[in-house]
Design a protein around this ligand. Sequence first.
Ligand code: PEP
Ligand code: MG
Length: 594
Amino acid sequence: MTPQDTSGPQPVSSRRVLTGLGVSGGIAIGRAFVVDRQFVHVPRHRLENDDINAEIAALHQAVASSIEHLHRLKNQSGARDSAASEELGFLLDAYIHMLTQSRLVRGAEERIRDQNMNAVWAVSDVIEDITGQFEAIDDRYLAARASDIRDVGLRLMRNLTGETDRAFDTAPRGAILVAEEVSPADMARLEPGQIASFVTAIGGAEGHAAIMARSLGLPAVLGATGIIGGVSGGEMMIVDGTRGEVILRPDAADLDRYRQRRDDWLAVRQKLLRLRDVPSETSDGVTLDLHANIELPVEVAGALANGATGIGLLRSEFMFMNKRYLPGEDEQYRELADIVTQMGGKPVTIRTLDIGGEKLALSLQEEMGTGPNPALGLRGVRLSLRRRDLLETQLAAILRASLLGPVRVLIPMVVSIHEMIRVRQVYNAVAKRLRQDGHGIPDMLPPLGAMIEIPAAALTIDALARECEFFAIGTNDLTQYTLAIDRSDDQVADLYDPLHPAVLRLIHEAVTVAGRHDIPISVCGEMAGDPRYTSLFIGFGLRNLSMSPVNLLPVKQRLRKIDLRTAADHAGRVMEQWDSARIAMMLDDFNDLA
Ligand code: PEP
Ligand code: MG
């Protein structure tokens, strides 16, 4: 099967403009590479009788996810008024129908129950069976239905395995990737420089695919209604990641205009680079640490090129998500050592595994299971404490890497002091074991800190202060969990509001209490990289912000125009507000004047 999607509704051939969420700035002009996710690895094994019910439950869970996914695509297609949209709507209805009490699902269930096949094998087997029968009949209509069944089955298998396609690997250099959805794991597997940009039908602005697009400096538009079926592989397109616009089959005037915009954008970036080595200080001389958030060793160069004075957040889970196997201590050590060495004495904050939610690793699939609500399930420190072997291996690799430069260890998704106490016990035990084995590790262990990204942690930060040597506020999850808005869901993206007074009060409270306990605190969520919020954070008392490398210089530019007294006064007034729209206006006004 080829990765280029040639099935489904054919695109119209005239120029078209789509809009979506511009999640990563910049302009890309290139040819579409349409991914239809046709590759699924099918592990096959016979189940123990005791495991059959759980496997059937997993099948039904995957069916439910597939149906939900199709409904979302259908809602999007309904918003369009073309004939192609109607056609797509019918097709998606047919797909949904195939998943509701169909021969496909019944057949898979029977194979699990009667032949002890694991679920993905059962689905693959039943698809072969049905499509084989259809294809044996010489009928074009049935042949097309066979391909539909295959498509639905693949969707189901992907949901079962958590495996996303590897068709991305074959994207020609400079292509613009077009896909229904790009998962964080897809992003982790991308070769740097391989694609110029990407556009998806599904995805929220604060999800990890968006975050990685910013880290890698790839212009990206997510939630672009109409992209599926709207363009064929090889056609020209333009992506404006700043405005959230996608132009399919641009005309000559579009190309001229956007080439000019791209040049302007690059000129602005180039000018910003002059700020790389100037101090990050306010107009009245208050210094801030501007650190970078990265996921993989290849991003260190970009962080340094943008003047990062440290890594404030290394999302170590991405070094698990780009592999099919679980990396051992030595392999983890080598990757961490590479990052610490490249940073040449600048501090590196390494966060332990935050697998779970939308971040999935093939090697931990069985461990994670399919909970009904992954964002509230086994994620971050919860998994690390459940699978102590994972935590021990990771801490050992971090401790060994800490000999090469200053390191801090950050624990994600903490809600209580008990978690930190248990992590510290493991940390001390690992250090002891390493010393006994003759590994020279520092006498003073690297500081251990907690992410403040769940309201419970922000509200009890005074308790956490007893066990933590530093804090990092994760505004992405803090906003998600405070407002009950899934950060990766484009359907509620307009409701995701980090300026909601509840979120601001939690941040403010956390910073104030940490200050009272004399414990360093930073912000490392996406808010830290938005220059609109810089004055507010300075006013709150923050002196360390960590962000996608691409945002470092715009934030530095802003903070150099701000003085502490004015920022603190203004932040005080902002905290008296109850309406986030009013807060946004106040910040805009302040920034216009500063
Ligand atoms: C956050 O939640 O703000 C954060 C920095 O962590 P992540 O985005 O990886 O969940
Ligand atoms: Mg988080």
